[in-house]
Design a protein around this ligand. Structure first.
Ligand SMILES: [Zn+2]
Length: 681
């Protein structure tokens, strides 16, 4: 039997082979299509049992067969698997696109929504139906034929423009090469950066006749130059090249300016077709924030409160640069360099030193203990088929010993695994006729594996990453929802998804927690208090400036998508100038073309959504402040966080969940305080 078609329990990782993929997916897709046409052609009154349940079952089978394939492709990549994955992915995409455009299906949902059956459903089920209807509407299902054609044209053109935007940026980034032949010009750069530059030169020109160091505008080459190179004209040259990528200053064919105008114009037209005032409103229809105005006000208030600190940061930097570095007039290409020197002078401590206090066999039990204390749980290693010998599997049980959820933990980097850290769902909690199906998650990281017989040691950043992903995992695993569409992280608003993950990060800055989960890998001593204080101070270094920078991007993004006419009297660059004169303290030179490389909003999924980074930080910091007020290890507050936020998943609005937990609407104070941007008495 094909192991991908066995839905009786955990994925059978030991048996899954590339040749299983295509037959399993083809069968499920054809079964699902047959089922859906049967459902939509059935003329009886749609109910939860005769319509939604069979659809959920069918889509769950597909995602439980495809999930492990995508997972293995990401963590145990091989040429054979990659080939079959890439060949199958378009079939899956096509299937979901068909569902989204299936008008008969849409009508079935509407029929259910308008019947008396709907009134008898619980809140979670109502939410699932509302979400479905919303997604159909946002996908253009309501449009008359002529407008639908235009809508699809816009979609197609937008995806073409986004992909050209990225290509132009990549091409113009790759176009810049700077060969330095005299090492004296490279003073200040760390040895590993020089080594990489030397290798790049050798790769490019061959090792013998053209010795030197090659620099590019890729982050690992560009950033260290800006941060460490004492050669000011080198910094200026690189800064100019970087800040004018994909603009009118380079090759005309790579200029993103006309693309940006067209993208903004088309998004406006798309929003109008769907009946929204502007694209910002359309973007927020499926998010937690209510209106562009609310986001803009939120950013403006944050800017106002952070501004005095940013001004202080800048004044200190200028004074330091003048006195210590002989830089009389600080320019944009001096900022990172001077900041790095100031940071070294104030907060020198070694990452290597910190790392020795975070061995895996202290960190992991420490994190589990924290969660066990807060939520009254037990986490124990268990056994399950895995994809690699380093992968572990754990059971989470409640205080009565009942299984709540399970997760795989795959911590270390290896060549067959893609980079980054992420959580993914394996099985979602739901009620079946046989009882509750408990949820299962994957937690994946890319940390350094252990060397020799010693346990792996993590940097503090890696520990934060681990807590972050575990936070996503708990959101999925501690859900108490019984219907799949809003269980765990399903159906949670896009700008609220990072709340539980960023919330967990706070504990990594908590003395009471760190004290218990650190142990020097040689001496066995916990983290010293003085080192901890330094880490906290370094974390908040220049946080005023950094906050204003994020606000500048967020405000620019939201205003451009809600209160701006592309191709009108004002250019995109002028809009950015306006935003800067309102909120920024560091103003880049006139030649700088930031928008031309702002991929998040022109080529990524963050259009009218960039604010969500700060938004989620505010929510998570404010939620955490409830623990600070009542004791960070307080199980009563833990139980409340679990039941009001983690347990409810997407079954109700995120704002309602937040307010039920916190007892009020979110406030900016906790985030400001955590970032050192609030005077405390
Ligand atoms: Zn995250």
């Amino acid at each position: 039997m094909n192991p991908l078609l066995d839905f009786s329990g955990l994925p059978r990782f030991a048996e899954i082979r590339p040749e299983h993929v295509s037959p399993a997916i083809d069968k499920l897709l054809s079964d699902n299509r047959a089922l859906i046409s049967r459902l939509v052609d059935d003329h009886s009154q749609p109910t939860w049992q005769n319509f939604i349940v069979p659809m959920e079952d069918a889509n769950e089978r597909l995602s439980r067969a495809w999930g492990p394939v995508g997972h293995l492709n990401a963590v145990m990549n091989s040429p054979e698997l990659r080939e079959v994955y890439n060949a199958t992915l378009p079939k899956i995409t096509q299937y979901y696109a068909e569902l989204g455009q299936n008008l008969k299906l849409y009508n079935k949902f509407k029929e259910l929504r308008n019947s008396t059956v709907y009134e008898g459903l619980g809140a979670a089920r109502k939410k699932i139906i509302e979400n479905e209807l919303r997604d159909f509407r946002l996908g253009g299902a309501e449009l008359p034929d002529a407008q639908k054609t235009r809508y699809l044209e816009i979609q197609e053109r937008l995806s073409e423009l986004s992909s050209r935007f990225s290509d132009n940026l990549l091409d113009s980034t790759n176009d810049f090469l700077l060969l330095i032949e005299n090492k004296d010009e490279l003073t200040g750069l760390p040895e590993d950066v020089l080594q990489a530059a030397k290798e790049a030169a050798n790769d490019k020109f061959g090792s013998s006749d053209k010795p030197g160091w090659l620099f590019t505008l890729k982050a690992p080459s560009y950033m260290p130059v800006m941060q460490y190179a004492s050669n000011r004209s080198l910094r200026e040259q690189m800064y100019r090249a970087y800040g004018t990528r994909a603009s009118e200053f380079g090759k005309q064919e790579w200029d993103n300016t006309p693309l940006m105008e067209e993208i903004i114009k088309l998004r406006g037209e798309e929003a109008a077709l769907l009946g929204f005032e502007n694209y910002g409103e359309l973007s927020l229809a499926s998010k937690m924030a209510n209106s562009p105005q609310q986001v803009v006000e939120f950013m403006r208030e944050l800017a106002q409160r952070a501004r005095p600190y940013a001004e202080k940061d800048l004044a200190e930097l200028r004074t330091f640069a003048k006195a210590e570095l002989g830089i009389a007039e600080l320019q944009s290409w001096d900022n990172s360099y001077a900041s790095e020197k100031l940071r070294e002078q104030r907060y020198a401590f070694s990452e290597q030193e910190v790392k020795q206090y975070f061995p895996e066999n202290a960190v992991l039990p420490g994190m589990f203990k924290l969660v066990e204390t807060l939520y009254g749980l037990q986490i124990k290693q268990a056994s399950a088929p895995v994809w690699h010998k380093d992968v572990r599997f754990f059971d989470i049980r409640n205080d009565r010993g009942q299984l709540v959820g399970q997760f795989y933990l795959d911590l270390y980097a290896r060549s067959s695994k893609r980079g980054g850290a992420w959580m993914d769902d394996v099985i979602t909690r739901r009620r079946l006729p046989s009882g509750i199906q408990t949820p299962v998650a994957y937690l994946n990281c890319n940390f350094s594996p252990p060397v020799g017989n010693k346990p792996a040691v993590f940097t503090h950043d890696e520990v934060i990453t681990l807590f972050h992903e575990f936070g996503h995992g708990l959101h999925h695993l501690l859900t108490e929802v019984e219907d799949m569409g809003v269980s765990g992280i399903n159906g949670v608003e896009w700008d609220a998804v990072e709340l539980p993950s960023q919330f967990m990060e706070n504990f990594c800055w908590e003395w009471d927690v760190l004290h218990g989960m650190t142990r020097h890998s040689d001496s066995g001593e916990p983290l010293p208090r003085a080192l901890f204080e330094k880490m906290v101070a370094a974390k908040n270094f220049q946080s005023g400036l950094q906050t204003l920078r994020q606000i500048e991007f967020s405000l620019f993004d939201m205003l451009m998508h809600s209160n701006f006419e592309a191709g009108g009297a004002k250019s995109i660059l002028q809009l950015l100038d306006d935003v800067r004169s309102e909120v920024a303290v560091l103003i880049p030179p006139a030649f700088h073309r930031f928008p031309n490389s702002f991929s998040h909003i022109f080529a990524g999924g963050y259009a009218a959504g960039y604010y969500s980074y700060k938004w989620a930080e505010v929510l998570s910091a404010d939620a955490y402040s409830m623990f600070e007020e009542n004791g960070v290890l307080n199980p009563d507050v833990g139980a409340r966080f679990r039941s009001e936020i983690l347990a409810v998943g997407g079954s109700r609005d995120a704002m309602q969940s937040f307010s039920s937990f916190r007892g009020r609407e979110p406030s900016l104070d906790a985030l400001l305080r955590h970032n050192g941007l609030l005077e405390t008495s």
